[in-house]
Design a protein around this ligand. Structure first.
Ligand SMILES: Cc1ncc(CO)c(N)n1
Length: 216
């Protein structure tokens, strides 16, 4: 039987294609994206990554070794890269904390916790995979482009880096281990969780591009 993640390739390819043509990524790559838009993205993504990191720990608590230890440490490199970018754009923790989580980020974060609480670790792990796989793919396509804005190129380069590619492969392996022990219903739920995350990844670019706010 081929790897479970092989069955997800079509979805990630489409998500990658739609991401690359999305104005947020297109303008990040051309350097035309206003800095305020990128700043908004970094703030929302920090909120997202805080939940993403917590989910790694919550899921790891239910995994066998060595997957548990691998998962616990998987997102550390990304945090360091972000701290550097925050310094370069003068983004303080106080400013991040003061900003409310925007509707799409809120929905994506809620989706990740819902998969864990409603369906369990296999679905929740599958829900985290597009985060690695999509950014890795998009960055690999854009790493040679050299955005005229160094900060924007740094963003692409951080995700094209070897350690992020390695993290993506490790996450795929964890998801494949889960799938190999799952029954059909669980595998279907893993696929659903993965697809929904791909949907929100695209929405996340749009949220940032329009600097989405709550309208009460
Ligand atoms: C929304 C989102 N998806 C994926 C990644 C990459 O982990 C990220 N930083 N943010």
């Amino acid at each position: 039987m081929s790897d479970f993640t092989t069955t997800l390739t079509g979805t990630i390819n489409r998500t990658c294609q739609e991401s690359i043509t999305h104005p947020f990524i297109d303008q990040l790559s051309s350097g035309k994206l206003p800095q305020a838009t990128f700043r908004y993205y970094l703030i929302q993504d920090h909120h997202y990554l805080t939940a993403f990191n917590q989910l790694h720990q919550l899921i790891a608590d239910h995994l066998p070794e060595p997957d548990a230890t691998i998962l616990r440490h998987l997102s550390e490199g990304e945090d360091l890269a972000r701290e550097k970018m925050h310094r370069e754009i003068n983004l303080s923790n106080a400013e991040i904390t003061a900003a409310p989580v925007a509707p799409t980020a809120y929905a994506y974060i809620s989706h990740m916790y819902y998969q864990l609480n409603r369906y369990g670790v296999a679905a929740a792990a599958a829900g985290l995979l597009p985060c690695y796989w999509l950014y890795s793919r998009v960055a690999q396509k854009l790493t040679g482009h050299h955005s005229p804005v160094p900060l924007y190129q740094e963003f692409f380069d951080s995700y094209a880096a070897a350690d992020f590619t390695a993290s993506t492969d490790q996450m795929k392996e964890i998801v494949n281990h889960q799938a190999s022990e799952a029954n059909l219903a669980t595998r279907q739920q893993m696929q659903a969780a993965f697809n929904i995350s791909c949907y929100y990844e695209k929405q996340f670019w749009q949220m940032a591009f329009e600097q989405q706010e709550w309208k009460y």
